[in-house]
Design a protein around this ligand. Structure first.
Ligand code: AMP
Length: 454
């Protein structure tokens, strides 16, 4: 199938060609005609499948006719995180460059002034995180009665983040006669309930879960001893200098500590987690995208859905607590036909969690035999630990020295096996991307808040 067969406008086809796409992805081929027919839609698809364009493209054509009115957005896209909202806005800019539509992005961590100004002028597309949208709504800055196209993106993630009550409330503020599109990687019962309540005779489309069926991703489990994670990580990272890697941790504190320790060991590493302000998150992402750093240590919420090209490896430094997170994490690699590797560290305590992951994806993941938990060097070092050591020669550290050093440095820092409940209490996840953070004083990207198109 060709994009031209989908009946998109010439302007859109031009933008799509310039984006370098030759044919629609399966989700685009399935969803675009439904959106064009004004049907409600449930799409089971996750990031990496081209799902964003599957709603952005037809929306641009639908919105090309009509005019925006002050404070009354014509369409609304709800996203669970600020990064995803910004990514969708970038998509609108890319595909809408030959249209004259206006857009506003309502996300936390950004000063509200410009967002409100854009809204007051009237926008065709409003892209928002639920918290900030509710905030503005309660201040009477926005009316949703003219909004007859609603997209709920990443619905299962919204559920994880506790946004479902907000979404239900938002749905009641929109006109009853509207088109609603719901995208979700999985369909847990609360999402099904939400769809039953707010969608009208929806068409369901589903594309294969790429994370479980994407043969381009080689998935492996790595048996590790909790205290040896850092040692094993070094061995993976040292295997191939050219790796571009996202390392996922379950807790923000682990993200911070690990990034610090990698930097100390002269890896080009950065970090992204929910405790960072928006400008630092964006700056760190830009450094990663630009190749200034090749390792990004991340938490689930902050990295959800990130679309970074050329990620060769995903390493789950911690087995994720929620099996869905596994699917999202490894989907950061193996994108757009590229090959990817996904390693998941599994300690004795993770047996149940990894079992749940395998149940969800319907695949038994093989064990990597090339990274045993304890290297001979590490064993020797441990046995040797109490003995006095001869002074080391001062020379550039070898790979082995780097491993040993990091193993030593990491040891005293390792947590004393907290229980799941304890761990959550100490550093609660999911990190809230709900709004109300201090204003964003960093650079404001062009797509924030103002019109686009030529
Ligand atoms: P998404 O699933 O929306 O996060 O998109 C994943 C990636 O696929 C993004 O980098 C898009 O730019 C890219 N993409 C979207 N549609 C196509 C297409 N038809 N052909 C090739 N790449 C695409």
């Amino acid at each position: 199938m060709k994009f031209a067969d989908l009946g998109l406008s010439d302007e859109l086809l031009r933008a799509v060609t310039e984006a370098g796409y030759t044919e629609p992805t399966p989700i685009q081929a399935a969803a675009i005609p439904q959106v064009q027919m004004m049907r409600d839609l449930i799409a089971i698809a996750q990031t990496g499948t081209g799902k964003t364009a599957s709603f952005v493209l037809p929306m641009i054509d639908i919105l090309a006719n009509g005019r925006a009115r002050a404070r009354m957005p014509r369409s609304l896209i709800l996203e669970p995180t600020r990064e995803l909202a910004a990514q969708v806005a970038e998509n609108f800019e890319k595909y809408g460059k030959y249209h004259k539509l206006s857009m506003a992005l309502l996300i936390g961590g950004v000063q509200m002034g410009d967002q409100v100004k854009a809204l007051e002028k009237g926008v065709d597309v409003l892209i928002a995180t639920p918290g900030r949208l509710m905030d503005l709504f309660q201040r009477g800055k926005i009316l949703l009665t003219g909004c007859d196209l609603l997209v709920i993106d990443e619905a299962d993630r919204m559920l994880d983040m506790g946004f479902i009550p907000d979404i239900e409330e938002i749905c009641t503020k929109l006109p009853k006669q509207r088109q609603t599109l719901l995208f979700s990687a999985t369909m847990p019962p609360p999402i099904k309930k939400l769809a039953d309540k707010f969608l009208d005779n929806p068409k369901s489309v589903e594309v294969a879960r790429p994370a479980s069926t994407n043969l381009d991703i080689t998935q492996r489990l790595v048996k590790v001893d909790e205290r040896r994670k850092r040692d094993v990580l070094n061995r993976i990272l040292d295997k191939d200098e050219g790796m571009t890697t996202i390392i996922f941790c379950n807790r923000k504190t682990t993200v911070r500590d690990l990034a610090k320790s990698l930097k100390r060991d002269r890896f080009r590493a950065g970090e992204i987690h929910g405790d960072m302000d928006q400008s630092s998150r964006i700056a760190e992402l830009e450094r990663f995208k630009a190749g200034e750093i090749n390792i990004l240590v991340a938490s689930d919420v902050a990295a959800r859905g990130l679309d970074v090209k050329g990620v060769s490896h995903v390493i789950n430094y911690d087995t994720p607590w929620h099996p869905d997170d596994y699917v999202h994490r490894i989907g950061r690699t193996g994108r757009a036909g590229a090959k990817g590797d996904a390693y998941t560290f599994v300690t004795d305590r993770d047996a149940e969690a990894i079992d749940n992951v395998q149940k969800l994806i319907g695949v038994k993941i093989g064990w990597a035999d090339d990274f045993s938990s304890k290297s001979a060097a590490a064993e020797a070092e441990e046995a040797d630990a109490e003995k006095p050591r001869p002074a080391r020669k001062k020379a550039a550290p070898s790979e082995r020295e780097r491993n040993e050093k990091s193993a030593r440095e990491t040891k005293p820092k390792v947590d004393s096996k907290p229980t799941k409940a304890k761990a959550r209490k100490a550093d609660p996840e999911p990190e809230s991307d709900a709004d109300g953070e201090p204003g964003w004083n960093g650079p404001v990207p062009g797509f924030l808040g103002f019109g686009f198109g030529s």
